[in-house]
Design a protein around this ligand. Sequence first.
Ligand code: NI
Length: 234
Amino acid sequence: MLITIPDVLGPDALARAQQLLASAPWEDGQASAGPQAAQVKNNQQLPPTCAQALALQTLVLGGLERHPLFFSATLPKKVFPPMFNRYGGAHNAYGDHVDNAVRYAPGSGVRTRTDISCTLFLADPASYDGGELVVQGGGVGSGAGSGEQRTKLAAGAAVLYPGTRVHRVEPVTRGVRLASFFWIESMVRSEEQRRLLFDFDLQLMRLRERDGESAEAVALTGTYHNLLRQWADT
Ligand code: NI
């Protein structure tokens, strides 16, 4: 399942991010690709510990922390330090690949299991052509008949998708696509269980909006947490 999270960055944070990206020391994305991905990867990335990347990480993590849907949808145990990429000109696409199951954050030695992948779009979609994130379906056997989902979002919005999926970024044929990408290790490893908890929580939010803190809402909140207690690994 793909989940869209609107407005992770508001207008001020987005303007600041775009300013930082404009002066950033981009390098070839091959620097962080495994051998399979390296054959299809043709983009640029920020060195993960450059000043711009560190300032951008603070902006992105702050936006995620303030967003109620992000926590509910991912139930995060660890969030990999956000990275940043650029597609345009001669470096404009990333073919079908899978992300490594475990990522090491540079310098820290911290390992993150990539249960969930996140792409946060940072350029106005009207300013570039192409650049859709295409995620293959998760049906048994994948490939034929499993379907693909194509995503290109407003600047400041993010998409979450299971780390297990084959995915690509379509060639950018005009302008520049800027994005942040990173992974989440969830307290709840099973995609199916995470999905149930997310649906449960969304309906609880709606119930509260409609009726306030009713006895039923309190009881169902208890049930939600009892399920989370069963399934969470902290
Ligand atoms: Ni990827």
